[in-house]
Design a protein around this ligand. Structure first.
Ligand SMILES: [Zn+2]
Length: 218
């Protein structure tokens, strides 16, 4: 990010951006312990990594303005504008829809003061992992049906919010916090560290149970 005023505009060219974005995506996948199949927009949100081209533009803005006001103020304003722009780009992107549904308010997610992601939470947030719809696309299982209820396709929404056979675990979580839906669960996690940990435990318990009980094969 040295002297972005000179080179940041070069990233507006797709081929230049792509070269750096590939490296950045690999770093974000590793940071979030993610499956490699997660799309670039989704993994950057989960890992809280600002896209390289947007970050370069932000640094350029700060560089050009820093003589006018104090650096701290300029940096904060530029970061707020970056997050707003990022949120708008996500709303237009067809990739990472599940992640966007869960993480509705990007600024709240990025500015949180507690909560680390891990192997299981990243599966939950990305929708890539111990789900038969994912495994089916990769040719690892012969069908998409949930092995517990055999009624619906096994995807993250079904696993964590809909499956009757896993409802006891969901009810236990809801007795500890409150009713959870795809639209409010991340908001509840962000309210306090205890609730973050309770959702994290719920997610890990279900995913480990699915693996141990042979739901990821056949
Ligand atoms: Zn089910």
């Amino acid at each position: 990010m040295y002297t972005p005023g000179i080179w940041s505009d070069a990233l507006k060219k797709k081929t230049h951006r792509k070269l750096l974005a590939v490296v950045q995506r690999i770093g974000a996948l590793r940071n979030a312990c993610s499956y490699r199949t997660v799309s670039e927009p989704a993994i950057l949100v989960i890992a809280g990594t600002i896209s390289i081209d947007v970050l370069a533009q932000e640094k350029k803005k700060v560089f050009l303005k820093k003589a006018e006001v104090t650096k701290t103020v300029v940096k904060a304003e530029a970061r707020a504008a970056t997050v707003e722009e990022w949120q708008q780009l996500l709303s237009l992107d067809h990739r990472g829809r599940w992640t966007n549904r869960l993480i509705l308010e990007l600024s709240n997610w990025l500015n949180r003061r507690h909560g680390e992601t891990n192997y299981y939470l990243t599966q939950f947030l990305s929708g890539h992992g111990y789900f038969r719809d994912c495994l089916y696309k990769r040719g690892k299982v012969s069908n998409l049906k949930c092995g517990y209820c055999e009624e619906e396709e096994d995807d993250p929404k079904h696993t964590f919010f809909k499956c009757d056979r896993l409802a006891d675990l969901k009810h236990r979580l809801e007795s500890e916090i409150e009713e959870v839906t795809p639209d409010n669960v991340v908001g509840l996690m962000l309210l306090n560290e205890e609730w973050w940990d309770r959702v994290s435990t719920y997610v890990e318990t279900i995913l480990c149970k699915k693996k141990q009980e042979g739901q990821l094969s056949g």
